[in-house]
Design a protein around this ligand. Sequence first.
Ligand code: ARG
Length: 530
Amino acid sequence: MSISRSRKLNPRKLAEDVMGRLLLPSWVESSEIAGPGFLNFRIGAEIITESMRSALRSGQLFVEVADNPRTVVIDFSSPNVAKPMHVGHIRSTFLGDCLARTLRFLGHTVVTDNHIGDWGTQFGKLLLGWKQGVNREALRTDSIGEMERLYKCANKSCEDDSALLEEARQELVRLQNGDSENLAIWHEMIELSQKQFDTIYQRLGVSFDHTFGESFYNPRLKRIVSEMEASGLAVQSNGAMVVFFDDIAELKSHPALILKSDGAANYTTTDLATLEYRMETWSPAEIIYVTDGRQQLHFKQLFEIHRRWKPRSSVSLVHVWFGAILGEDGKPFKTRSGDVVKLEDLLDEAEERALRVVNEKSPELEEEERKRVARMVGLGAIKYADLSPNRQSDYVFSWDKMLALNGNTAPYLQYAHARIQSILRKQDSSDEGEVVSGEFSLSMPEEFALCKTLLNFGLVLEAVVGDYRPNYLCTYLYELAGAFARFYENCPVLKADALERSTRIAICKLTSRVLRQGLHLLGIEAPERM
Ligand code: ARG
C-alpha cells in the first residue's frame, strides 16, 4: 500500500497484479485480496502439523542454520583496568553476549574479544598514587577499590600541586619507555583487575575467546601513523597528526586526532591498530562494537578512516550503541551517596531480593535449591530488564518491575517455563513414545495460535542478529508465554483423551524447549521448579 501511494497507483489493482505473479508454495491453502489492498494468506493445517512433528523428531527448534555462515568479531564489555565495572559496562556485556550466543546458534563463527582499557594517560596518576602509598592489605581484599582510591588521591594532589602533576607525567613517560619498575606495577594492576573482572564474568555466565586489551596493539601504532601520514590520509596540524573529514557534513567539524602534540597515540590510533589486527587474524565479514551512545562520534570517525585506509576492504563495521540506565528519579543511576553503582553490589542485591520472592512462592523447596533458583531469577531479572527495552532508549532501573512475576519480565518467563515442566513431570511414561511417534492433530484455535508462534522462533532470531536487537527476542518470548497461557486455559492437557492428550503434551514440550532456548540465548537460565 505504501508503494501504491508513492507511485500513485490504485492499491487494489496493484494488489491484484502482485497476487497474479506470486508463486505460492503448496502449503498456502488460500489467498485473497481484502479491504483497500491487503494480501491475506491462509496456511494449511497440514504444514503446521508437519513442522511440529519434525521438530519433535529432530530437536531442531524451527531454526534454519545459516547456509552461508560468516565470521563475526564482537567487541564488548571492555571495562578499564583499575576502575570498577559499572552499570554502563553491564549493558555492553549483556547485549554483546546475547548477540554472540544468537549468532553462534544460527551457525556463524563468532570471535569475542574483551577490549580492556589497559593503557592510557590514567596510568601516570595511578603510578604516582601507587608509589606514594599503596595499601597492600586493601589491595588484597578489594584491589580495584584500592586502585580507585589511589587514583583519586593522586588526582586530588595533582590539582593542588603542579610539581606532582609533572611527576605523574614523568611516571607515564617512564612507563611508555619501558621502565622496569613501572612496567612491573602496571602488570600487577592489570592482573589484579582481571581477577576481579573474572569473578564477575563467572557470576554473569559470560566468557570471551580473547582479552587482548589496548596495550597489545602498541607495537603497531607508530607504523600506522607514519603510513597514514605518508599516504596523505593524516596531516600535521598544530603539532598533532590529524585526519580531516571535510567532505562529510556530519564529521566536518570533528577531525580525528591520531597522534597528540606530545607524540602519544590515543584511543583512535589503538582502535585502528585493533581493526588491522582483527582483519589480519580472522578476516571477519563483520565486526560489532558494543558501547554506550556517547562513543558514536568516535566510531563514525574510526569507520570512515578505515574506509579510506583500506578502500578494498568489504568488512561491515557496526557500532551497536545503547542508552543510559536511569534511577527511578529519571537521573543517571547512582547510589544513594551519589557514587556510580558497582556491578557486584547490584548482583548481590538482585539475588537477595529474588530470594525473598522464591521463599514466598516456593517455601517447600530445600534452602540450597531456593538459593540456586534465586541466583537464576535475580540475575535473569537484571539481564532481561536490560535487554528488553529498545537498546537506544534510556531505561529506568526498577527492582519491583524487573522482579514482578506478572509482566514482561524474566521471572514471568522462567515461571512459565517451570509451570510447563511441572505439567510434563505429571505425564505417564507411556505418553513419551506416543508423543514422538504418535499422531499429532490440532483442533482448537489456541493450539493453532501457539503453534504458529512457535514457528516464528527462527525468524525472530534472524531479526535479532540482522538489527542487533535482542529486544525482539524478549518480545517474542513474552508473546509465546502469553500464547501458552491462553492455550492452557482453554485446552486441558493431562485430562484430555488419547490423541488430544499426546498432541497437547507435545505442544507443551516444544513450548518449553523454545522458551528455554530463547532464555538461554539471552543469557538467562530456566530453573525446573520455582
Ligand atoms: N574501554 C572502553 C570504555 O570503557 C570501551 C572500549 C570499546 N571498544 C573499542 N574497541 N573501542 O569506554
